[in-house]
Design a protein around this ligand. Structure first.
Ligand code: 13P
Length: 239
């Protein structure tokens, strides 16, 4: 399976950030490598600009969230159709920051993944346990329940991102054995052609080891995707 290296920029980036992506492309001699899929999910304000600038350069662009409906009276929200219209091919749904900050339940996440599909995009469905859930040995129960609740019944195009909440932005990661065990667990519960990404403190220094794990089919990278050098090193670790 072709690895997917995805950068989640979260609430970071201004129009001048075009330069950072140009720098990234420059690190691959001006064209993205064919052996990996590269995705950048900038804030919604930059999706249209980035899609225009970079779609022809082998970098896919994605949103970080979408509303479940196509249009309507939902001030401040953005629909999957709008993201697709702006040039997005992917959208992240159910990131733990949205589950925590906006009270998104599995049912809401599932509806958003359906919306992505309706708009012709690939949903990146995020799952992952908290620190207390892992300490209690409940990580597989939690992730199993999130998978059953968040993946649409008629799902076609989707990606799973396993992001342990306690590993996001902390510099901590599960052991390689724990990553392997969770990805095998997820593989047993998803189709064989679905990519399963690992996310949570992926850095140039640990990317090669993590990406070599069976059933790790790429990474969802936060902080380290904001810097061209770091994201390029992570991408190279998958080649
Ligand atoms: P960090 O790579 O900054 O830990 O963030 C991971 C993440 O949340 C990606 O969606």
């Amino acid at each position: 399976m072709k690895p997917l290296l995805a950068g989640n920029w979260k609430m970071n980036g201004l129009s001048a950030s075009v330069n950072e992506v140009e720098k990234l492309i420059g690190m691959f001699d001006g064209s993205a490598p064919d052996d990996v899929d590269i995705l950048i999910c900038p804030p919604a304000t930059l999706v249209g600009l980035f899609a225009t600038e970079f779609s022809d350069e082998g970098i896919a662009i994605g949103g970080q969230d979408c509303h479940r409906k196509a249009s309507g009276a939902h001030t401040g929200d953005i629909s999957a159709e709008m993201l697709a219209d702006a040039g997005a091919a992917f959208v992240i749904v159910g990131h733990s920051e949205r589950r925590a900050d906006h009270g998104e339940t599995d049912a809401v996440v599932c509806a958003k993944a359906e919306a992505a599909q309706r708009a012709g995009m690939t949903a990146i469905i995020c799952v992952g346990e908290t620190e207390s859930e892992r300490k209690a040995g409940r990580e597989k129960d939690v992730v199993g329940a999130q998978l059953s609740g968040s993946i649409p019944r008629q799902a076609e195009n989707y990606v799973i991102a396993y992001e342990p909440v306690w590993a996001i932005g902390t510099g901590m990661t599960p052991t390689i054995e724990d990553i392997a065990a969770m990805h095998d667990f997820i593989r047993d519960r998803t189709r064989k052609d679905v990519r399963i990404l690992y996310g949570g403190s992926v850095k140039p220094g640990n990317a090669r080891e993590i990406l070599a794990v069976q059933n790790v089919n790429g990474a969802l990278v936060g902080g380290a995707s904001l810097k061209a050098e770091d994201f390029a090193a992570i991408i190279k670790a998958a080649l």
